[in-house]
Design a protein around this ligand. Structure first.
Ligand SMILES: [Zn+2]
Length: 637
């Protein structure tokens, strides 16, 4: 009780210093029904994908320099034991932005969409309260197709908009580019408070830090990515400071899930439910309201983030959510926190997992369940089921309750599975492999995970340019029976292409098509292979097949239009560009292609209109906008 009173007192004390801001406007927005006028607090939510708390200095890390995030912690409140309820990007962000746990919202894998969200998102709440809202996301998994753009006046998923069927590395944007865009938006004149969500993706696999960081963290590319992303957080914090609004801006920094880095046999994240991937950093800074350098030890969930942000900005709680205001009255010491993992069954036909933690203990329900006393065994190494069977039984019951709730939610078809185009893009990112056929009982993910780890390691070697090692690793996987080979074949095909062995690449991608005639990724690769060897007929034929399979896909339309252009069918190409833009109007590359064709056929005015559409859409990728500007400025048209 006393701590919540003291926070309230400090919050009110802060009002005087903030009287200069447009409090009147906010009173009008809030309808004047609140007892006290609170200062309009801006909100900056930074989610750093795949960030382990223990890499940060403020969480005791010693191997990576993270001065910016540490300074944020020193000036604010650090939650020492924060956990994600699901170790996957899209499901976790649904929880972060709504305060609803995954077993209630039902998004348990990347690529799923919700026809009707279970609660208003933070962006919707802030938009309703008169805030200016914007999001800058870095990866295709958070593309607007998947619904998190709700309530955002601006949703910049630019780097992903054209990622369709493109190469693995092109589907996400680096933190410096994203921070550039967010800063440009923050610099705008505005009379209203703002809510901005910045999602940075760099620590996500494969780890390829910028050259300076690669050298400084040689042999530790993940750490290099973390150090780099910290320098970009530094730019953001410095800009807030320079603009004089840091004192009335709530900054929240967290991760959607962490990264296992080999612990328990998992290389990345998304399948197992150990704290190697569930534990995340969680920091709140609001000068004058929150204590500086405060450390909170209790276990909290990412579902608590939205209710806490709303409370700190003086907005009423969203009804019906699972999370709680972390600066409100203390929670029960027996509060139970859950976590779910459905990706093992959905992607590989393995068993699903459910975890429950309570008062320093954690139970993981699995074909071979586990009980850990995480208070003194944080690495989850000693299974205590035999020594504490009663506790195991009690927590198992709680886990079954979560499973039943989730199964009911999924059975009610509250979520929609991704369409084939979205699946193809996610597959190109290594997210979806398609369920393997399961003979008898589904394997326990902690046993089956080893082959997945080998695949992750192969892709990391690939990204580092260590092609021989990547090849050996993929070949070893190909020889195993417990792994769906399509992902392996795709990796081998890409490797062959990279090495210039077109015949081998062709053979591997054709093999994938034989397995799954509707697979888009390998077909797109086959279009490119035909182009590279100058076989225009095959290129057009394959691209037509691709468009027939994915008629609404801008990337497919672009491949067909370019194929037709290469074959000398300029009219056909123009028709395809225009058809593609009807179904994918935000495809910058498609529009750029049409503009080039119009320039080439001496229709400068028409070309200018298309180029204008590109240069005025600030969410499009920077290189598309730059090319459009160059093309416009060229005099001889
Ligand atoms: Zn993520």
């Amino acid at each position: 009780m006393s701590r919540s009173t003291s926070i309230r007192a400090r919050r009110i004390a802060g009002n005087g210093a903030l009287a200069v801001v447009a409090a009147a406007a906010l009173t009008a927005v809030l309808g004047g029904c609140r007892p006290a006028v609170r200062p309009p607090v801006n909100v900056v939510l930074v989610s750093i994908d795949t960030l382990r708390a223990d890499r940060l200095g403020c969480y005791g890390g010693t191997t990576v320099e993270t001065p910016a995030i540490d300074s944020l912690s020193n000036a604010g409140v650090r939650f020492q034991n924060a956990f994600t309820p699901v170790p996957l990007t899209l499901p976790a962000h649904w929880t972060i932005l709504t305060g609803v746990e995954p077993w209630h919202h039902g998004v348990v894998d990347n690529g799923m969409t919700l026809p009707k969200p279970p609660a208003a998102t933070l962006a919707e709440r802030f938009a309703d309260a008169g805030y200016d809202t914007a999001a800058f996301v870095s990866a295709f998994v958070l593309h607007r197709t998947f619904g998190l753009d709700r309530g955002f006046a601006r949703y910049d998923d630019g780097p992903a908009a054209d990622a369709v069927l493109d190469e693995l590395m092109h589907a996400s944007a680096p933190a410096d580019e994203r921070v550039d865009r967010a800063l440009a938006w923050l610099r705008r004149e505005r009379k209203r408070p703002f809510f901005v969500w910045l999602h940075l993706f760099d620590p996500h696999a494969p780890y390829v830090p910028p050259p300076g960081f690669r050298a400084r963290y040689s042999g530790r590319p993940y750490d290099g990515e973390v150090a780099f992303v910290d320098t970009q957080v530094a730019r953001l914090l410095a800009a807030l400071e320079r603009s004089g609004i840091a004192d009335r801006t709530l900054v929240v920094l967290l991760s959607d899930h962490a990264e296992s880095l080999g612990e328990h046999g998992e290389e990345t994240h998304g399948l197992l439910l150990y704290d190697a991937t569930l534990r995340v950093p969680l920091l709140f800074r609001l000068p004058g309201t929150l204590g500086a350098g405060e450390v909170r030890p209790e276990a909290v969930t990412l579902a608590d983030v939205a209710p806490t942000i709303l409370a700190l900005t003086g907005l009423p709680a969203t009804p019906g959510v699972d999370g709680r205001d972390l600066f409100g009255p203390a929670a029960s010491p027996l509060r139970q926190l859950g976590a779910v993992s459905q990706a093992p069954v959905r992607r590989f036909g393995w068993a699903s997992l459910t975890a429950v933690r309570e008062a320093g203990w954690k139970f993981i329900a699995a074909p071979r369940s586990e009980l850990y006393r995480i208070a003194d065994d944080p690495a989850e190494l000693v299974d205590r089921r035999a020594s504490d069977p009663d506790r195991a039984v009690g927590l198992a019951r709680a886990a079954r309750g979560i499973e039943a709730t989730l199964n009911a939610r999924l059975a009610a078809r509250g979520t929609v599975e991704p369409g084939s185009e979205a699946l193809a893009r996610l597959s190109a990112l290594g997210y979806v492999s398609g369920p393997a056929s399961t003979a008898s009982a589904p394997p326990d993910p902690k046993d089956a995970i080893r082959s997945m780890g080998e695949l992750d390691r192969a892709y990391q070697l690939f990204a580092e340019g260590r092609l021989d090692e990547a090849q050996a690793s993929l070949n070893a996987l190909l020889a195993r029976s417990d792994f769906p080979p399509s992902t392996v074949l795709e990796g081998l095909g890409r490797l062959a292409r990279l090495r210039g062995d077109a015949a081998e690449a062709e053979k591997l991608f054709l093999q994938m098509i034989a397995q799954d005639p509707e697979a888009l990724g390998p077909l797109a690769q086959l279009v490119r292979l035909a182009r590279e060897r100058g076989d225009r007929g095959a290129e057009v034929e394959r691209a037509r097949r691709l468009v027939a399979l994915a008629p609404a896909d801008g990337g497919a339309a672009r491949l067909l239009a370019e194929a037709l252009l290469g074959a000398g069918d300029s009219a056909g190409a123009e028709e395809e560009y225009r058809r593609g833009l009807k179904v994918a109007p935000r495809s910058g590359w498609l529009r750029l292609g049409l503009a080039r064709l119009l320039v080439a056929t001496r229709r400068g005015d028409e070309a200018d209109r298309e180029l204008e559409k590109i240069t005025s859409d600030e969410d499009l990728p920077g290189d598309v906008i730059a090319e459009a500007r160059t093309l416009r400025s060229r005099p001889a048209r």
